[in-house]
Write a protein that binds this ligand. Structure first.
Ligand code: NAG
Ligand code: NAG
Ligand code: NAG
Ligand code: NAG
Ligand code: NAG
Length: 390
């Protein structure tokens, strides 16, 4: 998630949905993950696959000055969240698995109430957070709440949780009766940490979080995006069912990269089992953006039950091969051209851990190919394949 000021660690708490569906969702996730043992991770039953959703930071920080993500001047408030929840459903993204609507920094007042509870900003949320959470849950979605481990959050406009950890956990959990009940039975709070990867969180966060940031904040530029992918790649071995490396949200659709660059962004995040958190305005997504983020085959790579983060396996100058195993002995491959001119990128079977001849299954054309896979790619373009050994 976003945090501009390098101050104190922060984290995001996302409550599970309060519908009965959420309970079966958790069970379903457990079932999916069973093919691969969960490591010594935060045992709250969540995060068997990377989370998918929408952060509302893009709106919340629009007035922060030098960090403008989006080109629409919208303030974080309840109307925006309702409209975003509506759009998540009406666009069909919810049906594809995008389920978290996250309230970022600035949702609360600067001061706690006399009992020490966090108080939602009444100007932004005149109907209260509980009513808003009910609305989001009524759409079959889950609401995420932002908090901070320090004394103030990053924007310094609301209190952090230092000294109030249990009380705030209760506040977050008490927004709906059902989520409280879920908390008591299954501890269903998805816990996502952000300290911008400064203290190598992949090495310690798996026991306390379902995902952890491995990088600083992403910007809507090719250079920023690709460098976050590289930094996140270094921690690949720490990711697995229950806990994921998070190279920050998706900038896809925010307008400052080309469609091919956004395709690389979405493909690399999917392959790396990164949380798929859409950073664009869902209410006004263009067709190119929708097509990228709604690609079922690419989402399936991200949500694959094996839960192994794909890695960069070969680099020849600006030409790279990224790859990782999928369930069913399949292999996902991303060929990417980071250079400025058109070039052919080759994946050798030896690089991607394959021995036999395989058939390419992506886009329903079954082609039998052996030894290597080639793609001629424009500058900053990529192609993704799923290979099934014959
Ligand atoms: C509460 O929301 C209003 C309206 O967006 C804003 O002007 C004010 O600064 C907010 N208060 C805090 C403490 O963030
Ligand atoms: C847009 O991308 C260009 C090229 O990477 C970069 O120089 C510029 O700062 C970006 N603009 C914004 C608003 O992010
Ligand atoms: C988006 O696609 C729809 C049909 O899928 C089409 O009617 C509409 O004109 C397209 N919009 C743009 C901006 O291309
Ligand atoms: C990367 O691939 C190229 C050609 O496809 C090959 O010559 C090179 O040995 C590979 N590098 C590694 C480290 O495997
Ligand atoms: C892939 O490209 C290399 C070099 O450009 C070429 O030698 C090889 O025959 C190509 N392989 C396939 C399967 O097209």
């Amino acid at each position: 998630m976003d945090c501009f000021t390098l101050s104190l660690p922060l984290f995001l708490l996302a409550l599970s949905a309060v519908s009965a569906g959420a309970v079966s969702g958790i069970n379903q996730n457990r079932k999916l993950g069973e093919s691969r043992p969960r490591r010594d991770l935060l045992d709250n039953g969540l995060g068997w696959t990377p989370q998918m959703g929408n952060p509302l930071e893009s709106f919340g920080i629009i007035s922060r000055g030098d960090r403008i993500y989006n080109h629409f001047p919208t303030q974080l408030n309840e109307e925006l969240i309702r409209q975003t929840a509506d759009a998540m459903v009406s666009t069909g993204l919810a049906a594809l698995g995008y389920e978290y609507i996250n309230l970022d920094d600035r949702w609360a007042e600067l001061n706690r109430d006399s009992q020490g509870n966090l108080v939602p900003n009444a100007t932004r949320f005149p109907s209260g957070i509980e009513a808003l959470a009910d609305y989001v849950h009524s759409k079959g979605l889950k609401i995420g709440i932002y908090g901070d481990a320090g004394t103030l959050t990053c924007a310094k406009t609301m209190p952090g949780s230092l000294g109030y950890e249990e009380q705030d956990a209760n506040t977050f959990a008490s927004y709906t009766k059902m989520s409280k009940a879920l908390l008591a039975t299954g501890r269903p709070i998805f816990f996502s940490l952000c300290e911008w990867g400064q203290a190598n969180p992949a090495t310690w966060a798996p026991s306390i979080g379902n995902s952890w940031r491995t990088t600083g904040d992403i910007k809507d530029t090719w250079g920023s995006m690709i460098s976050k992918a590289d930094q996140n790649d270094e921690w690949a071995s720490y990711a697995g069912p229950g806990g994921w490396n998070d190279p920050d949200m998706l900038e896809v659709g925010n307008g400052n990269m080309t469609t091919e660059e956004y395709r690389c962004h979405f493909s690399l995040w999917s392959l790396a089992k990164a949380p798929l958190i859409l950073g664009c305005d869902l209410r006004s997504m263009d067709n190119d953006t929708f097509e990228l983020v709604s690609n079922k085959e690419v989402i399936a790579v991200n949500q694959d039950e094996l839960g192994i983060q794909g890695k960069k396996v070969n680099q020849t100058g600006d030409l790279e091969v990224w790859s990782g195993p999928l369930s069913g002995n399949r292999v996902a491959v991303v060929l990417i051209n980071r250079g400025l001119s058109t070039a052919t990128v080759t994946a050798e079977w030896s690089n991607i851990g394959l021995k036999s001849s395989v058939s390419s299954m992506l886009h329903s054309t079954v082609t039998s190919i052996q030894y290597q896979l080639n793609a001629t790619l424009d500058s900053h373009a990529c192609k993704m394949y799923v290979l099934t050994p014959q």
